[in-house]
Design a binder for this molecule. Structure first.
Ligand code: SF4
Length: 254
């Protein structure tokens, strides 16, 4: 199957040129072919784990190699940006669901599933801007405002490195009027390159690698215990969670 590459962001003025980012993505594609090629849910979860670990390591290297003008402002317990639309790939959401099933009691899982359903109902189909304006907190936040799945969080969440917490607050108070806070761009770009590699590896296996909206996809993964099997059988189990805005953006770029 021909590889369908997603466009990678540009990184003017840094060592992370489009060619370097594409090389990172291609390296991930090759590395993740092995776990994904097992065509098991455990293999998909292992691929997602490997990709997140790789993204974190490359981000650390990016910060060391191209130190930001200001320290990274993101801290445990800061959830200002956790009202954003988050896009994931199927292996990531399968890993999050597996982690939740392994670490939560039945009652906790039922309560979380209810919060996920409510958040999905409030956010389904919203654009990035509409989503930020709706200010619906991610249902995976805990009662202290920290990410309850930090160890298995989406690569997109791991790649967001703000340089100004106050600017984040100003942006999310008025998303249409105030630009997003400055961020450490190389970190964001290497994380996205790894995510692209995960998508390419899945596509090479003939698997659905469309970006999915986190809450909608998690709802499916929690409500359908065989979602992983169905995804591996190339059934469109996550089709209703595909992000229409992302797809429209890609069509415009094509
Ligand atoms: S998954 Fe975690 S880091 Fe990402 S938006 Fe949800 S609470 Fe925030």
């Amino acid at each position: 199957m021909p590889r369908q590459k997603r466009s990678l962001p540009l990184a003017p003025g840094t060592r992370y040129t489009p060619a370097v980012l594409e090389g990172i993505a291609d390296g991930e594609r090759a590395a993740l072919a092995l776990p994904l090629g097992k065509r098991t849910e455990a293999g998909a979860v292992a691929a997602a784990a490997s990709a997140l670990a790789r993204a974190e390591a490359l981000e650390e290297a990016a910060v060391a190699g191209e130190p930001p003008a200001r320290p990274i402002a993101c801290r445990a317990g800061c959830s200002t940006c956790c009202v954003s639309k988050v896009l994931v790939l199927a292996p990531e959401v399968l890993r999050i669901a597996a982690h939740l099933r392994a670490t939560r009691t039945e009652a906790e899982l039922a309560a979380l599933a209810e919060r996920v359903r409510a958040a999905d109902a409030a956010t389904r189909g919203l654009s990035r801007l509409e989503r930020a304006e709706a200010r619906v907190p991610c249902p995976l936040l805990d009662e202290r405002g920290a990410c309850s799945i930090h160890a298995v969080r989406p690569i997109v969440c791991a790649g967001w490195s703000s340089l100004d917490a106050a600017a984040c607050e100003r942006h999310f108070a008025a998303p249409a009027a105030v630009p997003t806070a400055p961020m450490h761009r190389p970190s964001y770009e290497v994380a996205n390159a790894v995510l692209a590699g995960l998508g390419w590896a899945a596509r090479e296996q003939g698997l659905d690698a469309a970006p999915l909206e986190l809450i909608a996809a998690l709802r499916i993964a929690l409500e359908r215990p065989n979602a992983g099997e169905r995804w591996l059988a190339r059934l469109p189990v996550f089709a209703s969670a595909r992000d229409a805005e992302w797809q429209a953006d890609r069509r415009r770029e094509a």
